[in-house]
Structure formats: structure tokens, C-alpha cells
Design a protein around this ligand. Sequence first.
Ligand SMILES: Nc1ncnc2c1ncn2[C@@H]1O[C@H](COP(=O)(O)OP(=O)(O)O)[C@@H](O)[C@H]1O
Ligand SMILES: [Mg+2]
Length: 596
Amino acid sequence: MKSLKHLNKYFLKYKWHFLLGILFTITSNYFGVRMPLFVKSTVDSLMSDIKIESINDALLISLKIGGFYMLLSLAKGFFLFLMRQTIIVMSRRIEFDLKNEIYKQYQNLDLSFYKKNNTGDLMNRISEDVSHVRMYLGPGIMYSINLVVLFTLVVYQMIMISPSLTALVLIPLPLMSFLIYKVSAKMNFLSKKVQEEQSMLSTIAQESFSGMRVIKAYSQQDSVSDKFENAANTYKNKSMKLVVVNALFIPTILFLIGLSTLLSIYIGGKMSFTNEISLGGIVAFIFFVNNLTWPFASIGWVTSLIQRAAASQQRINEFLWVKSNQNIENETEPYSFGDHISFENVSYTYENTGIEAIKNLSFSIPKGETFAIIGKTGSGKSTILALLLRQLNPDSGEITIDGTSSASIKIDGFKNALGVVPQDVFLFSDSILNNVKFGSNNPDVTQLEIDAACETADILNTIKQLEYGYETLLGERGVNLSGGQKQRLSIARSLLRNPEILVLDDCLSAVDTETEDKILKELQKDKKERTTIIVSHRISTIRNAKHIIVIDEGTVIEQGSHSTLLKRKGFYFDLYKKQQSDLKDDMIDDGNEIGI
Ligand SMILES: Nc1ncnc2c1ncn2[C@@H]1O[C@H](COP(=O)(O)OP(=O)(O)O)[C@@H](O)[C@H]1O
Ligand SMILES: [Mg+2]
């Protein structure tokens, strides 16, 4: 239950909703209790002192009684409406705030958090867990307050009529609460299972839709259908179990209500012979008992609801309390790259796999230079960049920027000076224009600048040839660009930021060598004082860089310019020979996959 404390600040924020809610609950119940009492006095007076002389008299009396009863129930209903309007509205507002709080936290967390947790988990906390918490904040709280108020008012009135009968008819109620608690716990458990199966089922469906091309290419329609059918079957069986429990639920409650009513009539009837209770009193008792049943039934339900909310809030808190490794600064100070970036004996091991991706790595990148990192796939190139961008923090060693440890500089400012083209391109389901503009710091960027960035990335012609040009929608419902086109768009995006330091992570891998050359030349021309860090597994991409470091198994094994490295006849030379002969093979095959 401790985990729910996190929500107290929200109760404070919405204290007026909360207090008004309590007031309306009391008022509504006050009218609710008046109703049986009114029935009692009517029955009692009908039994004794009212003399009916004509049909008209009877009609008038019935109208009066009916009218008054209706007024009471209207008043009860009106305040019931207000009670829901305050408490349920409060729960929806807190839900909104909580979702935003979680989302903001998600944005603050660094990438290592996202490497540890899967997307489904992140989504669940913000949707399902929050909705569990809301059920506690809304119905949970509302029914609890209602029970306390109603119980106090009703039991007081019952005792006023007959203390002994009160004691007797209340006996089945706690039993009922307990039973319902057990049943709703079971129901929650089963519906969780059903939900799991449901998400399993939608994962299978979703994967098979997006992988339809592969499924058809391998003629695997039948096996995929079987898999789906099996999952649907499990889902059906689990749902059936839930249906049984659900079906038992209402009859059990009705049985217990019946029992209490029976007790009221039987024992009340006996007591009326000895004039311990009036006939109206018995009628009022039946009303009261019925009034109490649902709130009592809700105790069990609310208890399991609160338990579920506590577990959910616990999970939410786990994420909310994760401290981001990055220093979170609100204002970004403009940052200007001065002189050099250095790695000094940096090591990094991926926690989850235990892979030591970077070992004792040292090198220095001077300002204004084109600096290249080459190595086979898996040698640690992307990890170096993640460390540079502070997405990961070194286990040992230090990364310095202009002599200052990168851990102590204001990271947002530094990031603004960077233009990063990641290895795997990510484009949003949005127009080409918005995708290119994404991340641009300048709100009034001109079309001319956008065109220039796209020209340098050699994608402008492709865009112009599209029917809707820059307004072309990308993503699931839009056009599908080829791998190389996506990479070039991603380069244009980072160029538009006009970065002081441009970082290209193997982002020309799907572009043919000719286009690659063109883009690299344009980049050279584009801005002389820019520092460019090119990462690639292909020598053709980096051969013109001023300084090249060769990475293998997370450490520098050779370095120098293209010509000096070739002269060494080492690792780099072998790689070069191999890639040249591969290129020839490709041309002989004439089936070259590279290019667009
Ligand atoms: N998120 C990760 N979790 C665990 N291991 C990783 C992760 N990313 C990369 N690695 C491992 O670290 C090593 C270096 O990977 P990476 O830096 O991506 O190499 P490159 O970019 O040179 O292909 C590889 O052995 C890879 O399997
Ligand atoms: Mg990589």
C-alpha cells in the first residue's frame, strides 16, 4: 500500500474536488435514508390513523405520497450525479497528470534505460498500470466514502427502529464482503491471464501482417495460421474460465441479499406480533438491508481494486524513481566546440550481455578535421559514438571535450552542436518535410536551406520526382523509400541543423559507391571548418579522411592516413584487398545489391 503514497500530492492538488465529493456523498445518502423512513411512516399511518372516505381521498393521498417519494429520489439522484462529477472527474484529472508525469520521465531517461526495458513494458506502465490506479482513485475512493457514510446513517436509523433486528440482519453482510473479495481476486487473476493471451494474440497478428511478404515468399501461410489458431484457442479457454466465475458472482450476491431480506421478514414478523416493531418498521428494514447490500458487496471489490492499484503504482514508481545519468538542465547554454575531443583509456562493458565492447581506447579528434573510424561489424564503432554522445557512460577512463570531462559539461548544449546520422535510420510517419525539419533548432528555417541540405545529401532530385514532393507522407500509410533513400534523408536532417560536429555512423551502407563519393565531396565543400566523424566498415567511405583509426574488438589496432595505413601492409591493407576483390566479384555477378 505504501506505493500509493505517491498519489497524495495529487489529492492535495485536487482537494476541492475531493472535499466536495465527500459533501455530495453525505447529502445524497441523507436523502437516500429519508426514503425508507418516509415509507415507514406512511405504512404506519395507513395502518392506523388515516381514514379514507372516498375514492378521491385515496387518490389524493396516493398522489401526495408518490410525489414526495419522487422528490426524495430526485434529490438523492441529483447529489449522486454531483458526487460522480467531482470524484470521477478528479480521478480522470489525476490520470492525465500521472500519464504526463510518466511520459516526461521517459523523455528524461537515458538510452541505457531503454536498452534494459522493452517497449511493451514502457507502454504498459503508461496505459494499463495507470488505468488500474485510476480505478482506485475513482470508483475505489468513491465507493469507500459512500460505504462509510451510508453505513453510519443507515445503521443509526436501523438501531433507532430495532437494535436486536439490526444485529440479526447484518450478520450475512460481512460474509458477503469476504466472498466477494475472494471472487474478485480470482476474477482479476483470470482477467490478467486473459489479457496476456489477448496481447499474445495481437502480437502474432501484427507480426504476420507486417511480415506478410516474408510469409508469402516462404509459403508459410498454413503454419502461421496454425500458430494463430492455437493462440486463439488458448485465449478462448482462458476466457471461458473467466465467464464461469463471472456467472457465479451476481447469483451469490442475490442469494445473500435474499437471505437478509428473509431474516428481516421472518424475525421482524415474529417481533411484530409482540409489538416490538411496527409493520412500517419491517418495510423500512427491507429497504435498508437492500440499500446496504451493494456497498457491502463493493468492499470486497474495492479491496482487490486497491491491491491491484498498489501493485501497479509500485511498477510505475520503479520507473519514476530511476535517476537519469545525464544532468538534467532546463536551459541549454549555447555551446561552441573549441579544440579537440579526446578518449583516454576508455572501457565499456554492456551490462546485459557482459560483452566488453570497448577496451582501453584512446584517441583524439582535432577540430575542423575529417576523422574516420573503421572496423568490421561488431568491432565497437557504434558504441564509441554512443559514449561520445553520452548515451552510455564509460566504466573507466575519460572522454574530454576541450579538456573538460564530458561528464561535467552541459550535455544539451553540446548536443546542439552535433549532427548525428545514426546507423539505423528512423523516420516518423509524417511528411518528408517534417522529417527533414525534425531536430532543427531554427523555427524559421527557409525552404532554400532545406533544399540545400537535401541537395548535399543527394536526395533533392528524388523528392522532386515524387508526386507530392516534400509533402509526401512516409511510414506505414505513406510511401516506402528504399534503404539508401532513407539514409540520405537522414543525412539531410542532420545537415539542416548546420552542426559544428557531424557524426555519420555507417550511414552510407545502403548507398552505392558513386553516390557515396558524390555526397562525401559535397560534404567537404559544404563547410570547411566543420569537424566530421565518419564511421564505416567500408574503406571506400573513409579513404579521404585526414586521420583514420582502425578498430578491432573495441580497441585501436592501427592509425594514420589511407596511404600510410596501406603501406603498413597490416589489418587495414588486408581489409582493403578483401573489399576490392568483393567489389570486383559483385561487378562480375552483375547482381550487385548495393545501390538503389
Ligand atoms: N545494446 C547492446 N547490448 C549488448 N551488447 C551490445 C549492444 N550493442 C552492441 N553490443 C555488442 O557490442 C559489440 C560492439 O557493437 P557495436 O558498437 O554496435 O559495433 P559496430 O558498430 O562496430 O558494428 C558487439 O559485440 C555487439 O554485439
Ligand atoms: Mg555500428
